[in-house]
Design a protein around this ligand. Structure first.
Ligand SMILES: NC(=O)c1ccc[n+]([C@@H]2O[C@H](COP(=O)([O-])OP(=O)(O)OC[C@H]3O[C@@H](n4cnc5c(N)ncnc54)[C@H](O)[C@@H]3O)[C@@H](O)[C@H]2O)c1
Length: 418
């Protein structure tokens, strides 16, 4: 996973270096009769000094990717990596100090106490990646100084499976996106599956078959399965798995070992909607499958819940793809794959509603850390008397016509026809 993070970061850096001149160039803006003669443009200017707080699960990517955007846009940055990945945090502190200009980029390591102190300072922007719970704390602290925020949060990302799909590829991609990405500890990992009652047995059988092909008969022994990050998260996952009316819904997996913090890929069928596992982001290797009568009911389940960071659909039905994209709200939507939208710098990456606000990647990162300044250039030509008192009815009529950019009315007033 470290290699993938480094590859994605190299791409981000290369893109920023290649495109920076274009991104920085002012955008010409149209002018109107009201300002004539004039020219206008939108100038991107740095915000100042920004704070980046990152999460533990992709510690390099989630720390450095926002920093790339912040420096590209001309800001100074303080980065606070997650204390839950302490080796990565100290490596980032060491390497960034060694290779980057310390007057522009600093790393401050620490946990809640240090972050709380950082949050008392007056920043020009805070870019936070982490849980919605802590996101609320960040936003409240930012409000004190009216600091704008980007909140890259999580949520329960659903996967809808239609029976008109290539089931083998569908299931393989879901497994790679769920268990292959940090054993489910990824923000855009599938959180739960929605399918029809009729099709669910086929999905479960295919899942079992492919899981066994990938992780063997005893997944506890698999070298390709990540452990849970720490005992607190292990206990949190155990609690939601052992809840009454949930533990008896396991149809695959369920084994766990606190000594080595391993939990195997676990599938559950039709857990109650008000259970813990369906109320909070799972962020681990448990995958509930909910069955409904038809796909419209599946879409309704998503629409009735807080907006997720990602929503996925597997189908070959073109109409269904379009309906999903147009009627389901989520940070991002992927049809027939999982998580890959993250690698496209031409798409904004970010949440909506409970899954966050603001976005980044590619030029969106540059924009996230820039102020779009409106600049209007006027000359001393065309200093019309109508804008100055005393105001007559004719002047007011002309002003109104100018504000409405109504050329015909302007001529009528000037010619005394109105
Ligand atoms: N949208 C995204 O791009 C994205 C990416 C990765 C993870 N996430 C989300 O992040 C969460 C998992 O990451 P995590 O466990 O590191 O999140 P977290 O919210 O526990 O921690 C994130 C950061 O907040 C800091 N923090 C923790 N408690 C704090 C407090 N009381 N006051 C101030 N700062 C505090 C931590 O030190 C850390 O740097 C999941 O919800 C996941 O979905 C989102």
């Amino acid at each position: 996973m470290r290699r993938v993070q480094v590859a994605l970061l190299r791409n981000s850096i290369k893109l920023a270096l290649k495109q920076l001149k274009n991104w920085m160039a002012p955008d010409k803006a149209k002018t109107s009769l009201t300002t004539f003669p004039a020219s206008a443009e939108i100038v991107s200017e740095p915000l100042g000094v920004v704070l980046v707080i990152s999460a533990w699960n992709y510690p390099f990517l989630l720390s450095i990717d926002p920093v790339i955007g912040a420096i590209s846009a001309g800001n100074a940055v303080v980065l606070k990596p997650s204390e839950l990945a302490p080796a990565s945090s100290s490596l980032l502190a060491k390497l960034l100090e060694q290779y980057l200009d310390p007057s522009a980029v600093r790393v401050i390591e620490g946990a809640v106490t240090e972050t709380t102190l950082l949050l008392e300072q007056k920043w020009d922007k805070i870019f936070y990646t982490g849980s919605s719970k802590i996101g609320r704390i960040i936003m409240m602290a930012a409000a004190k100084h009216l600091i704008p925020v980007v909140l890259e949060l999580g949520g329960k990302s659903p996967v809808v499976i239609d029976s008109d799909t290539n089931l083998k590829i569908t299931v393989k991609r879901i497994i790679a996106g769920k268990w292959g990405c940090n054993n489910g500890q990824a923000c855009i990992s599938p959180d739960y599956i929605l399918t029809t009652k009729e099709y669910a047995p086929k999905v479960i059988d295919a899942m079992k078959q492919e899981l066994e092909a990938f992780y063997g008969k005893n997944p506890m022994e698999s070298k390709d399965m990540s452990r849970i990050v720490n005992s607190n998260h292990f206990d949190r996952l155990s609690k939601i798995l052992e809840e009454k009316e949930v533990s008896d819904k396991i149809v695959y997996g369920g084994q766990k070992n606190r000594d080595n913090l391993k939990i195997v890929p676990t599938i559950l069928l039709d857990v109650p909607l008000d259970s813990l596992i369906m109320s909070e982001e799972i962020f681990g290797p448990l995958l509930p499958i909910l069955t409904l009568n038809n796909l419209e009911e599946c879409f309704d389940v998503i629409r009735s819940r807080p907006k997720p960071l990602a929503a996925y659909l597997f189908t070959q039905n073109q109409k269904l793809k379009e309906r999903f994209a147009m009627t389901v709200s989520a940070g991002g939507i992927v049809v027939n794959d999982i998580a890959v939208h993250l690698s496209l710098p031409t798409l904004p990456f970010g949440g909506v509603g409970e899954s966050g606000m603001g976005s980044y990647h590619g030029k969106f990162s540059f924009d996230a850390f820039s102020h779009k300044k409106a600049v209007l250039y006027k000359s001393f030509i065309g200093d019309a008397a109508i804008r100055y008192p005393p105001y007559s009815r004719g002047k007011l009529r002309l002003l109104k016509a100018l504000v409405n950019s109504n050329l015909v009315e302007v001529f009528k007033v000037l010619l005394g026809l109105s």
